[in-house]
Design a protein around this ligand. Structure first.
Ligand code: NDP
Length: 290
């Protein structure tokens, strides 16, 4: 029986995910590094903004930070409630999940890697996909809390496997983004009307999430709204490539895509959305996708 939950890291995703918890649980602690955000969340949604050490006395503790390095540093000095389950929704590193699940056993705390997909709109509407790795019993205990923001919730295996699925998912997004940028600059170079071409492709076998939403809603209208930062996508493609290398596999498309996304992130202005990756192609070809 879950009496209390906590959410740590009220960023673009966490702020919206934590907003659903008070509808399901009486005691909801929130903590954020910039503490004003936690106080604002408490005012807006009826959560309780508390010190970090207080937040980790909850039965279920969610975190959603940029990287596994941030999560490890945050957890290191903490005394967490015995019997608690830490559910990390960061898009993190599988080896770190394995390490943290071992480390937290000493405090009698289970660690689940539970990254999410569905962007900020999915966080807002509680329609996220959640891919969970770790102990099955801990997963079953935490599931009612995850359901507050998750729609499709899957236990995909042992510790680290949730992070692995997320990294490969985002690699597929990145591959599509690069190939769509190349394909559509080529079409424009040949004088094709891009909006008409997009309608054809979205009714054909080449369609993807990028052609169905990202191209129309972020790129062709030149809005590039910042909801998922390009450096975070570069981080995810790096995790996917590391997984390939650890398995000693050959994956040239993944390796090339990681280089391209990392280069586009290095070249991009600060606070660029992931969709801005196409601007690198635009600067090479002198063709604007609009
Ligand atoms: P944001 O940059 O918007 O938010 C990051 C949050 O982490 C903020 O609350 C920030 O606090 C906090 N934070 C950053 N560094 C530290 C630290 N060292 N110690 C403690 N707190 C820290 O990121 P997102 O919400 O976009 O992403 C979070 C995770 O979710 C990432 O792993 C990302 O890849 C993943 N993700 C993002 C999606 C998206 O569409 N944005 C979709 C799916 C997954 P402060 O406010 O003080 O800066």
């Amino acid at each position: 029986m879950i009496q209390s939950v906590a959410f740590i890291g009220l960023g673009a995703m966490g702020y919206r995910m934590a907003a659903h918890l008070p509808q399901h649980f009486d005691t909801v602690y929130v903590w954020n590094r910039n503490f004003e955000k936690a106080q604002q969340h408490a005012t807006e949604y009826g959560t309780q903004a508390v010190e970090l050490q207080h937040a980790v006395q909850a039965d279920i503790i969610f975190s959603c930070l940029p990287t596994s390095t941030d999560v490890e540093a945050l957890i290191a000095p903490l005394s967490i409630k015995s019997g608690a389950i830490w559910v990390d929704c960061t898009s993190g590193v599988p080896a770190s999940a394995k390490h943290l699940s071992q480390q937290l056993k000493v405090q009698n705390v289970d660690f689940l890697d539970a990254p999410v997909s569905g962007q900020t709109i999915g966080a807002q509407n509680a329609t996220l996909t959640v891919m969970v790795g770790g102990n099955t019993q801990a997963f079953e205990k935490a599931r009612p809390a995850i359901q507050a923001f998750g729609q499709l919730i899957k236990h995909v295996g042992d510790s680290g496997t949730g992070f692995a699925v997320k990294a490969v998912n985002n690699m597929l997004l990145a591959v599509n983004l690069c190939s769509v940028a190349e394909g559509f600059t080529t079409l424009k170079a040949h004088g094709v009307n891009l909006n008409e071409a997009l309608d054809c492709i979205n009714a054909s076998s080449g369609k993807s999430g990028v052609t169905e939403t990202v191209l129309l809603q972020r790129i062709l209208n030149r809005s590039f709204p910042l909801t998922f930062a390009l450096p975070l996508l570069a981080k995810d493609t790096g995790i996917a490539l590391d997984l390939v290398r650890e398995a000693k596999l050959s994956a040239p498309v993944i390796a090339l895509t990681q280089s391209l996304i990392q280069a586009s992130s290095d070249l991009a202005e600060k606070d660029s959305d992931f969709s801005s990756a196409v601007k690198m192609y635009e600067s090479w070809s002198k063709i604007t996708l609009e």
